[in-house]
Design a binder for this molecule. Structure first.
Ligand SMILES: NC(=O)c1ccc[n+]([C@@H]2O[C@H](COP(=O)([O-])OP(=O)(O)OC[C@H]3O[C@@H](n4cnc5c(N)ncnc54)[C@H](OP(=O)(O)O)[C@@H]3O)[C@@H](O)[C@H]2O)c1
Length: 201
């Protein structure tokens, strides 16, 4: 069969933003190891990673769980470095919704909104903030699973690194089969394999 060129992005659902889970993963499906380390990722030449810049223009809102948020605060020294959050191209000035049961520090001048509880209840505010652009779900995997359960997951983009770890934070700990996932494209970036799936609602 002749390979077919893949459309560049899944259609935007009528009247709402696309919910896109964009992440890197080990080959065996972990976002981070047990210690929340990404050393397995940084060991690979990052110059080979897919270039995000073209897609970032379509992103209106970021969503993440508290472990991911605290990783960014810690590793990027965000609280000690005024303006650092906004400098990070994948965060910038976009509203960021952080799910946590706790009160967490927020960087000065950044639009970080803490969300306690149910994804379905938070959706109207997230959709409103996205203003018609994409909602990027940065992880972790269980939080993305909660969005899937709430009917708010349209696309997966996963960059697989040539690495495995014995255990860690799972990519997407839900049972979803071919009726819910459809492979749209497979791209190679150096040692990385970048897979894009459409998710059935
Ligand atoms: N490979 C990559 O590209 C990539 C991408 C993203 C993340 N990561 C890494 O992967 C790891 C992910 O960590 P993780 O699996 O623990 O996931 P996470 O989603 O970052 O954090 C999970 C925490 O979020 C909070 N939470 C989740 N759902 C909630 C809800 N509905 N209401 C309120 N709070 C909620 C809970 O914490 P509390 O209530 O205790 O605050 C929960 O323990 C991190 O180390 C991160 O840095 C890697």
């Amino acid at each position: 069969m002749e390979p077919q060129p893949a459309p560049s992005s899944s259609p935007r659902p009528e009247g709402g933003p696309r919910f896109v889970y964009y992440t890197a993963s080990t080959l065996n499906g972990f976002l981070a190891d047990e210690d929340n380390s990404l050393a397995w990722l940084f060991a690979v030449d990052s110059a080979e990673m897919p270039d995000l810049s073209a897609q970032l223009g379509d992103v209106g809102v970021n969503v993440m769980g508290s472990t991911t948020y605290e990783w960014v605060l810690r590793e990027e020294k965000v609280l000690e470095t005024p303006g650092r959050w906004q400098e990070l191209d994948y965060l910038g000035d976009r509203p960021a919704f952080v799910f946590s049961s706790r009160e967490l520090p927020r960087p000065d001048g950044a639009d970080v909104r803490l969300v306690h509880g149910d994804v379905a209840r938070a959706l109207p505010e997230i959709v409103d903030a996205a203003d018609g652009r994409d909602v990027w779900l940065l992880g972790g995997g269980d939080l993305v699973g909660q969005f899937w359960e709430a009917g708010a997951l349209d696309e997966l983009q996963v960059t697989f690194a040539p690495a495995t770890v014995p255990s860690g934070k799972p990519l997407l700990p839900r049972r979803i089969g071919p009726d819910g996932l459809s492979l749209r494209s497979v791209e190679r970036f150096g040692q990385f394999a970048h897979l894009t799936y459409d998710v059935g609602r």
